[in-house]
Design a protein around this ligand. Structure first.
Ligand code: ZN
Length: 433
């Protein structure tokens, strides 16, 4: 652990500290945030005292991304949740907005420092140590991932940045510089296994012993993870960040049973039912949408931010000694389809299909028949076969039955030859819209 006194602190003590910071954060919002002053007033909270502590947080309204966007004006391109003056902001990241205009994420020096602290804990949880070499494949660019790269320095690793989509350079770096770890999206890690095979590059014999994946779900799906570990001959762990809240907030330890909250003390996590908005108790096996609240943020803090990430939670002790709760991302609430009343995540379909390895390649594409979330069965799913596997009605039937058994919906299975579905050097598309 980078900070054993923090990461091993009993969770009850952490919550007591968090409660103290939360009350200060709420007072700060009333003082500085036009957005939250108006929002909390409208919800009947006229002061920080009325809001109370963390145990009462469920009474407060959620914050949606769209509300933040709606508060943007020509005079204030960041939004009315901005709490500090121009001279206090040391960095401004942006997210790729669906509307064409990006949303901006400002940070004070302390905000940035806290981001890097949290991200360092999350990355170090994987087991990478000071003095080792790590090759990264993220472009800093305008995106918050740039702050994650700073955590590499904080841990004391030797950083070999190669950027996105530069496979030749990446593989040359692995071959010649012999890094112990690589940071990738799970899709890219999978793509590189095939790339190496085609070129007789023995990835399993390379210097890489740890593969850290982030950027999309997949690294924690047992079958998908097994495929990556087999192909790389390395241990695969994952990390997860939420642009508006912080980078690599969560990071998995070597026990591989979910990502610990590396941002403990900086961020409070809740679970809700995404349809009703009601709280879901954080306990082993609970699932729901992740809702996050800043506890010590200054530039543009957020309260009860709906992340749209659907996660499973564990709170039981972990053998690594870290006491923070753990999550695994099941999928984006935005990617969720509802097939005759049943919630279906494309990544969950991929996980079930991957059980049929080595007959399947692990690549799938869901093809909804009508626009929107609600679908009527059967839901078409195209499944790519492994090299040399012939499509048979028997295999299609077995996969359909398994999907019906585990995910409780009926799929229309189309089996296609190896290489038919698109590969990605960044993130995979699991749904054809
Ligand atoms: Zn652990």
């Amino acid at each position: 652990m980078l900070a054993p006194e923090v990461e091993g602190r009993p969770w009850r003590e952490q919550l007591a500290l968090d409660d103290h910071h939360y009350r200060e954060q709420i007072a700060y919002l009333f003082d500085r945030s036009t957005f939250y002053r108006e929002k909390l007033f409208a919800a009947g909270f006229r002061s920080g005292e009325r809001v109370g502590g963390l145990k009462d947080i469920v009474r407060l309204p959620f914050t949606e991304k769209a509300e933040l966007r709606a508060s943007v004006t020509p005079d204030n391109p960041i939004g009315s949740h901005l709490c500090v003056g121009r001279d206090e902001i040391v960095r401004i990241y942006s997210t790729s907005g669906t509307t064409g205009t990006p949303s901006f994420i400002p940070l004070t020096q302390r905000d940035l420092d806290n981001w890097v602290t949290a991200s360092s804990r999350s990355y170090a949880a994987s087991g990478v140590k000071s003095g080792e070499r790590i090759v990264t494949t993220y472009n800093a660019g305008p995106f918050v991932a740039g702050a994650a790269l700073a955590s590499v320095d904080r841990i004391g690793l030797c950083h070999i940045p190669v950027g996105t989509g530069n496979t030749e350079r990446l593989m040359t770096a692995i071959r010649l510089l012999k890094p112990e770890a690589a940071v990738l999206t799970p899709s890219y890690a999978a793509y590189l296994i095939e790339w190496a095979k085609e070129r007789d590059f023995d990835l399993r014999a390379s210097s890489i012993t740890r593969v850290l994946v982030a950027g999309e779900p997949g690294g924690g799906e047992p079958a998908f993870r097994a495929r990556l570990e087999e192909g790389w001959g390395a241990r695969v762990t994952e990390a997860l960040g939420i642009g508006d809240i912080g980078v690599s907030l969560w990071g998995e330890c070597a026990e591989q049973n979910g990502m610990h909250l590396g941002a403990r003390g900086f961020v409070h996590a809740e679970l809700i039912n995404p349809v009703t908005g009601l709280p879901v108790e954080m306990k082993d096996g609970a699932t729901g949408e992740l809702v996050l609240t800043h506890l010590q943020h200054r530039a543009a803090p957020l309260l009860r931010f709906r992340t749209r990430d659907h996660v499973e939670v564990w709170t039981s002790p972990c053998a690594c000694g870290r006491t923070a709760p753990r999550i695994r991302c099941i999928g984006r609430t935005d990617d969720m389809l509802i097939v005759r009343g049943v919630n279906v995540f494309p990544s969950a379909i991929r996980e079930v299909v991957s059980e049929f390895a080595p007959a399947v390649s692990g690549y799938i594409l869901v093809k909804p028949t009508v626009p929107g979330v609600k679908q009527e069965p059967p839901l078409p799913v195209t499944i790519e076969l492994a090299p040399g596997t012939e499509p048979t009605v028997e295999l299609a039937n077995r996969i359909r039955e398994r999907i019906r058994h585990v995910l409780v919906f009926t799929a229309l299975i189309e089996l296609v030859a190896f290489g038919s579905l698109a590969r990605s050097e960044y993130k995979s598309k699991l749904v054809q819209h």
